[in-house]
Write a protein that binds this ligand. Structure first.
Ligand SMILES: [Zn+2]
Length: 350
């Protein structure tokens, strides 16, 4: 069926619908609002790039330079075979993205439909020229197009892409952990009866923890990577400046009673729920090493209270205890400890 049949049919049926004027947007109107160069720009931005320029130029000219304004606008009625552009969009699952006197752009996630609304305008589905739009009518601000466009456009619409599968990220994006090997430089920390320096044990385990976390894709900053002295405030500031997700200070313990052994995880007394959650995850993972657990304790260590984000302090074991001291210097045990601490951190970060 041609479009003129629709108009004739509607005229002869004497439909009671309101009278409207046939839209006669053509060269005169376009010259004022969107001349050939504007039409070309529009086409370039809305049609696939593979369309040759000469075709675009032809199209622009055919839109902008073809029609003569009609001296008398014939009165017609909106027939049964006309539909508003809003209704057409609705029935095709498209939204009206853009409209002016010369065209309407309809879109959804997978499709772009352009309907040129001047006399003998064509419509395009995803950049491909389709047939003529047919009789376009305007009544006030309402635009009517022939309803045969609906099946014609629908035939060429791509099905909308399925929504992307959102998998939970294994790690929070840009998670950053600050690892703080306690003591260093002129500050040896505690010293075992056999002459083992806490600062060295702390650094060796901390480096292993950092390496494991980096392997898992976390951002890791160490407050020191060698044997140097760093003030406690500076250690906390390193985490604060970077807005770290977690600050983990690593130490080794000492007690007058040399039979005391095992690990402890400390949180500041006013520690955040996140800090306690991190301490819990680390403590639980460390229990798997077979070392005695002293659980989670609260203490206002300077590095804990001066850190604005969640902060924990891990005491790896007692250098004052001969068994703990012996295994704390053992690289295999250091690896197990580091793996446990890293696992706890990863559990917390996830
Ligand atoms: Zn210490």
């Amino acid at each position: 069926m041609s479009t003129s049949n629709h108009v004739i049919a509607s005229e002869t049926k004497q439909s009671p619908a309101a009278e409207v004027e046939i839209a006669t947007v053509c060269c005169a109107d376009l010259a004022m609002t969107s001349g050939p160069s504007h039409v070309l720009t529009f086409l370039r931005s809305h049609l696939p790039t593979f369309l040759p320029s000469c075709f675009l130029a032809f199209l622009a000219l055919s839109i902008a330079g073809c029609q003569q304004p009609q001296k008398q606008t014939p009165k017609v009625v909106v027939g049964d075979h006309a539909t508003t552009i809003e209704d057409l969009a609705l029935r095709l699952g498209l939204r009206i993205e853009e409209r002016d006197d010369a065209f309407v752009v309809l879109k959804n996630a997978a499709n772009t439909v352009i309907i040129f609304t001047h006399t003998e305008g064509r419509f395009f589905v995803n950049g491909k020229p389709m047939g003529p739009v047919g009789e376009v009518k305007r009544q006030g601000g309402t635009l009517y197009v022939p309803d045969f466009l609906i099946p014609q456009i629908r035939r060429y619409l791509r099905s909308a892409a399925p929504p992307p599968v959102v998998r939970p990220s294994p790690l929070k994006p840009k998670a950053l952990v600050v690892i703080d090997p306690g003591h260093g430089g002129q500050d040896p920390g505690t010293i075992s009866p056999g002459g083992l320096y806490e600062k060295n044990i702390n650094l060796q385990v901390a480096q292993r923890v950092a390496g494991l976390l980096e392997q898992k894709g976390l951002g890791v900053v160490m407050t020191r990577r060698d044997d140097r002295f760093i003030e406690l405030e500076e250690r906390a500031d390193i985490a604060n400046r970077r807005n770290a997700d977690l600050f983990v200070s690593i130490h080794s313990d000492s007690a007058p009673n040399r039979s005391v052994q095992g690990f402890t995880v400390y949180v500041a007394r006013a520690g955040s729920p996140d800090a306690f959650r991190a301490a819990g995850a680390i403590s639980q993972a460390m229990a798997g090493t077979g070392s005695d657990s002293h659980g989670i304790r609260e203490a206002d260590y300077k590095v804990l209270v001066q850190t604005s984000g969640p902060a924990v302090l891990v005491e790896l074991g007692y250098l004052s205890n001969s068994q703990d001291a012996a295994r704390l210097r053992d690289p295999a045990y250091q690896n197990r400890l580091a793996q446990a601490i890293a696992n706890g951190i990863l559990t917390y970060i996830r």
